[in-house]
Design a protein. Structure first.
Length: 256
């Protein structure tokens, strides 16, 4: 059984991620794990035990309220931790075959930006498991039956292909690939990893993807974070955050 981990600060935005996770759990018969970190910053001074205990109790109380509407038939394992969110996610995602991470976002001042770092690569690089990014205003539809794959034309590694097959098979979804190209002469159709591939000319990758999503209307878009190529540059720039905030469907990222 898959476990869907939802990092949360108990905000309305986190609730959106929880709602997405609940719907996804319904579709694939998974369990969920809302996760909250109440870690205190490291200083030369020692925080009192009573203060830390108060933070823990407040977090546990807030967690109970956060999950109160989760249907009883969905396994829900709450986790409140004194460790940093980033380290806790790295530990939990070691079971990469059975763990998916669900995160909602609305801008550069997101709480997870504060805890994980403002660069999206910090999230992707740290995780062994697929990471779903749910923009605040994204169109969310269930069940997920069609996935648009944002391709750079580079063949998937065995590791990514295995994760992709697991993702697609678990969702029981169809798929098609899109490659944004730099010239009209490169436009056309082909196949990529056994699925239809459409090459679309656009001067800007993000805008090209947005245009394609308007036509295809996928429930989910998938992208691969390569270790060394153009997509790595994308994940080290504001383009990634812009993509996560403005695309029209939830985005799932698979890491090499």
């Amino acid at each position: 059984m898959k476990t869907l981990i939802i990092p949360t600060d108990f905000s309305a935005l986190s609730k959106k991620a929880l709602e997405f996770a609940v719907n996804l759990a319904e579709q694939i018969d998974a369990g969920i794990m809302p996760l909250h970190s109440y870690s205190v910053p490291y200083t030369s001074e020692t925080f009192s035990t009573s203060l830390v205990d108060m933070l823990r109790k407040n977090a546990e109380s807030a967690m109970e309220a956060f999950v109160c509407d989760v249907p009883n038939h969905i396994p829900c394992q709450r986790k409140v931790t004194p460790f940093s969110l980033k380290e806790e996610l790295k530990t939990l995602s070691k079971d990469k075959d059975n763990t998916w991470i669900i995160m909602a976002t609305h801008g550069e001042k997101d709480w997870w930006d504060h805890q994980l770092g403002t660069n999206a690569s910090h999230i992707i690089n740290a995780m062994n498991a697929p990471v779903f990014l749910i923009p605040e205003n994204a169109e969310v539809r269930f069940p997920i039956r069609h996935i648009l794959v944002a391709s750079d034309g580079v063949k998937m590694t065995d590791k990514v292909r295995e994760r992709w097959k697991d993702l697609k098979g678990t969702l029981k979804a169809s798929s098609q690939a899109l490659q944004v190209v730099a010239s009209h002469t490169e436009e056309g159709t082909d196949t990529f990893e056994g699925m239809p591939l459409y090459r679309l000319f656009h001067e800007n990758f993000k805008n090209g993807l947005l245009e394609a999503e308007e036509i295809v209307h996928p429930e989910l878009t998938m992208a691969v974070h390569h270790k060394r190529n153009w997509f790595e540059e994308l994940f080290h720039s504001s383009a990634t955050k812009s993509l996560a905030l403005n695309h029209n469907a939830p985005l799932v990222v698979l890491h090499e």
